[in-house]
Each structure stands twice: as structure tokens, then as C-alpha cells.
Design a protein around this ligand. Structure first.
Ligand code: DX5
Ligand code: ZN
Length: 228
């Protein structure tokens, strides 16, 4: 894995929502690769966040970087075309939240987006068995979904190794993303376990202040230095 294969995806869950466009622009200018967009419905997870209108607003604001929509909603199919129309690049969902996983994955690609499955810490990987040719991204949760700022569960490292092996054996071009508790002091071990795409919410945005956008730059540089 070379440095350029690694992508850092700030989770805007920890951004200042009152100044979201500016926050996203600042973090991209500071060197982030993709925008991680957490969608919560107060049903599949016990929290409520943002939907397609906000994704569309970021595109209208001028954000051109890939937007990585992480659906924590149930059901998923109804909202997929809305996010595609709103400018999503990736759309990932939790297999437990869809009655027909193959159909949801196909729907995402039919709508012109890249598809992915998300695994909670206790969700088994067998959901991948028959769909490796239908996913562009596999996202492993290293916390239970619903909130930013939680502690990284170290059991995710063994799971990452397992998924990395599955991806290599499949021969498909699939990104392996990790989400939850990623910090400067653990990103290297996470990369060594096989991740190539790193969501970081509180690690990045809690370092910022409205007057000091350079702080995102400092954290992003430190994360990248660990990956070098
Ligand atoms: C949690 C979300 C994460 C969260 C990560 O359900 O999926 O993307 O924002 O936040 P940190 O990096 O603070 O753990
Ligand atoms: Zn997420």
C-alpha cells in the first residue's frame, strides 16, 4: 500500500453544523480526501442527523470531493435515489437494515453511485459471501454506530485482517474503510491491519476553532505522517 492509496475521510458529524459548508471546505483545503457523511434516523440508531438536502447543499456550496454517505437508517431503499440525486459518491448501508441486500447494492450502482456494506462490531462477515462483485467499499465500524467521540474497539483489528484477506482473494477493487475512534495514536496499527480509508470525526474537528482552520491541517498532517 503506498501513501497515495490511503484516503482520509473526516466525519462531518463532529463539525460545526451552523457553518457546515465552511467547515467542509476548510477540511478539504487542509488535505482531506473525501467527506464522510453520517445519516442517522433515530430508528436504526439512537440519534438523528442529516439527509439528502444537506448533501445537495454541500454540492451547491461548491464541494467537489467525493461524498461518502454512510446510511444508518432502516429501511434503506427509499432514500438511495434521493442521495444519488443529491450528489453522493459512495452510498453504504448496514446489511441488517435492508430486507434485500443484493437489491439495495444493485440499486446504488444503478443510480450511478459506488456501493458498500457496513459491519457493526458484532455483525458477522457472511453477508459478504455472495456480493463481493457488487461492493466498491466495505466499511467496518470500530464503535457501535450512533455517536462520534467513542473509543476504538481493538477487536476491529482482527476483523480488518479478515476482510483484507477476503478482498485480496476476491481480486476485486474494493476499498476497506474503518469508522470510529480513529486517532493519531492508532491509525498506523489500523493501516497495518489492512484499512485503506480512514474516517476520523472528533480527532479532526475537535481540533478546530472557528478562527483557526490551520488546526485541521496539523491533525491531517499528523495522521498522514503515521501512514507514511
Ligand atoms: C458513528 C459514525 C462515525 C463517527 C466517527 O456512528 O458512523 O462516522 O462520526 O466519529 P469519531 O471519529 O469521533 O469516532
Ligand atoms: Zn460513519
Amino acid at each position: 500500500m503506498t501513501m497515495t492509496d490511503y484516503l482520509i475521510a473526516p466525519s462531518i458529524l463532529s463539525a460545526d453544523f451552523a457553518r457546515l459548508g465552511e467547515e467542509v471546505a476548510n477540511v478539504l483545503t487542509a488535505g482531506a480526501d473525501i467527506v464522510h457523511f453520517d445519516v442517522m434516523d433515530n430508528h436504526y440508531v439512537p440519534n438523528l442527523t442529516i439527509g439528502p438536502l444537506v448533501c445537495e447543499a454541500l454540492r451547491k456550496y461548491g464541494v467537489t470531493a467525493p461524498i461518502d454517505v454512510h446510511l444508518m437508517v432502516k429501511p434503506v431503499d427509499r432514500i438511495i435515489p434521493d442521495f444519488a440525486a443529491a450528489g453522493a459518491t459512495y452510498i453504504t448501508f448496514h446489511p441488517e437494515a435492508s430486507e434485500h441486500i443484493d437489491r439495495s447494492l444493485s440499486l446504488i450502482r444503478e443510480q450511478g453511485c459506488k456501493s458498500g456494506l457496513v459491519f457493526n462490531p458484532a455483525t458477522p462477515l457472511h453477508y459478504l459471501d455472495y456480493v463481493m462483485d457488487k461492493v466498491d467499499m466495505i466499511l467496518l465500524m470500530s464503535v457501535n454506530p450512533g455517536f462520534g467521540g467513542q473509543k476504538f474497539l481493538t477487536s476491529s483489528l482482527a476483523k480488518l485482517r479478515e476482510v483484507r484477506q477476503r478482498i485480496n482473494e476476491s481480486g476485486h477493487n474494493i476499498r476497506l474503510e474503518i469508522d470510529g475512534g480513529v486517532k493519531i495514536d492508532n491509525i498506523r496499527a489500523i493501516a497495518e491491519a489492512g484499512a485503506d480509508t480512514f474516517v476520523a470525526g472528533s480527532a479532526i474537528f475537535s481540533a478546530g476553532r472557528p478562527t483557526d482552520q490551520n488546526r485541521y491541517d496539523t491533525v491531517l498532517k499528523a495522521l498522514r505522517a503515521e501512514l507514511a
